[in-house]
Design a protein around this ligand. Structure first.
Ligand code: ZN
Length: 491
């Protein structure tokens, strides 16, 4: 796949510069920092593309991202950042900082892959080993693009003599491991005026929407084994305990707060039908947009679990696996992203990329977002989404910006082989560079504009409405560093 020629890149960035200066009434200082950002992005893009491809190849799972974290840390160290590895007691978490004093702007990065999602950078289903891990959420781009943005901000600070600190937060294990939950609880994000995040997606838009807080847990039932026909009266079925719990949960659904979600699977239910099962496990998620409502709902979920055990003469033990908070949106940050997205413009494919996208699009449902929309900037998204993410925990530590850029062929669903396909070639890289540009331009605005920071802070306080962050994880919960140790497909 051909990449854009250097001549085309220069033309693109000059056009962008002109657009940026024309669209916003900039002071001379911010025009200077914007042009410094754009030229720094040009210079650092080849290394960022290499980083993205290496992370894609390695596709390391949550808390096991040693090579990916080391590579990104090396890119940032070489660019003049100070690196602190192993923050929050997590070996693959790190902070890279440049500058000194206030204000402080952070940029989030992720780099974990998903089990059994291997796929070639090809527009049809193809992989040498389908059981291998793959970057089916695009976190290779998330990591490399955020490093690119941080480097561009640093270059702008150097070029303009600007004050403040830029911090890159290398956050492991987003996929079920709650990396940022543990980093939040460890205070790693404290002291930031704003934190900028993004995610590879199939369209370009800023986000000012909440999502759902969640708790995930394993309910383990222990009973007494017996022959199911010869002496069933001697047995106590762990599976019965589980099934009674499931029934109670399904009755609870009618009386849950609006918008709540409960979903579960049976991960262990016994073996042979002629043996009363002594061991059973239910794996469950509960969610709600309001963490306080979820806290109340969770007590009722636990009561269902206890009822199941009580009614069947079995015992039950709960292990909370993870818990994400609900995202606190920030409208001034969404508007800032939106303005820079519109000034930068969407993604324009080369003929080769277009052919790739067209072929891949035939593998998507007919209702999928249309090809060509990668060129557009969608309106700011304000509707609460039903997913959960550990970025939400960060959004309670400091005002946090969120957006998607079109790193994927329009219509691509999350966690699919089509994500891996586009994320390993130039389509993914183009979306990544757009994200880096918008992140860096937004960061230099925040560093240089006290009135903007005040607006962002006021929105943060208004939405918190006096509530404080209290993770739903048990107080003594530690990062589950080995949750993917054996390939760990079950989370
Ligand atoms: Zn993701």
């Amino acid at each position: 796949m051909k990449t854009r020629s250097p001549a085309a890149s220069v033309r693109f960035s000059c056009a962008l510069l002109a657009t940026v200066s024309w669209l916003s009434p900039l002071s001379a200082a911010s025009a200077d920092s914007h042009s410094a950002v754009i030229s720094a992005i040009e210079r650092a893009t080849p290394r960022a593309n290499e980083d993205a491809r290496l992370l894609w190849d390695w596709a390391e799972l949550g808390y096991l991202e040693q090579r990916s974290a080391a590579r990104l840390a090396e890119t940032l160290r070489a660019a003049g950042f100070t690196i602190e590895m192993g923050v929050g007691g997590i070996p693959t978490a790190f902070v890279a900082s440049y500058g000194s004093g206030e204000p402080v702007v952070g940029i989030l990065a992720e780099y974990d892959a998903l089990p059994a999602m291997a796929q070639d950078a090809a527009p049809e289903r193809s992989a040498t080993d389908h059981s291998a891990s793959g970057h089916a959420c695009g976190h290779n781009l998330f990591g490399a693009g955020s490093a690119l943005a941080a480097i561009a901000v640093k270059e702008a600070l150097v070029a303009t003599g600007g004050a403040g600190t830029i911090k890159f937060f290398g956050c492991p294990a987003e996929e079920g491991g709650g990396g940022k939950v543990h980093l939040s609880r460890a205070g790693v994000f404290a002291g930031c005026d704003a934190i900028l995040s993004w995610h590879p997606g199939d369209a370009n838009f800023a986000i000012a929407a909440g999502n759902l807080a969640n708790v995930s847990a394993r309910f383990r039932y222990t009973g007494v084994a017996a022959h199911a026909s010869v002496n069933p009266w001697s047995g106590r079925s762990a599976l019965d305990g589980l099934m009674l719990t499931a029934h109670a949960l399904d009755m609870l659904r009618e009386h849950m707060p609006d918008g709540a979600r409960i979903h579960y699977t049976v991960t262990r239910g016994g073996g042979a039908p002629n043996v009363v099962p002594a061991d059973a496990e239910l794996y469950l998620y509960a969610r709600h947009a309001n963490p306080d409502e979820l806290r109340d709902l969770w007590k009722r979920v636990l009561a269902c679990g206890e009822a199941g055990a009580l009614g069947t003469g079995t015992t039950m033990a709960v292990t909370v696996v993870n818990s994400n908070y609900a995202r606190l949106p920030n409208m001034p940050l969404a508007k800032l992203y939106d303005r820079h997205l519109r000034a930068s413009g969407g993604i324009v494919y080369t003929p080769e990329e277009h052919a790739f996208a067209e072929k891949l699009h035939t593998t998507l449902p007919a209702s999928a977002r249309a090809l060509g929309t990668e060129r557009d900037i969608q309106p700011i998204m304000e509707k609460t989404t039903s997913g959960s993410s550990d970025v939400a925990d960060v959004s309670w530590q400091a005002p946090t910006g969120e957006m998607n850029t079109a790193c994927l062929v329009p219509g691509t669903p999350a966690h699919s082989w089509q994500v891996v396909a586009a994320g390993g070639m130039s389509i993914g890289e183009k979306g990544m560079v757009l994200a880096a540009r918008v992140l860096a331009l937004s960061a230099v605005d925040l560093l240089s504009d006290a009135a903007l920071r005040a607006e962002v802070a006021a929105d943060f306080e208004r939405r918190k409405a006096g509530r404080t962050y209290q993770s739903l994880l048990p107080a003594d919960a530690k990062p589950p560093l080995d949750y993917r140790a054996n390939g760990g497909g079950e989370l």
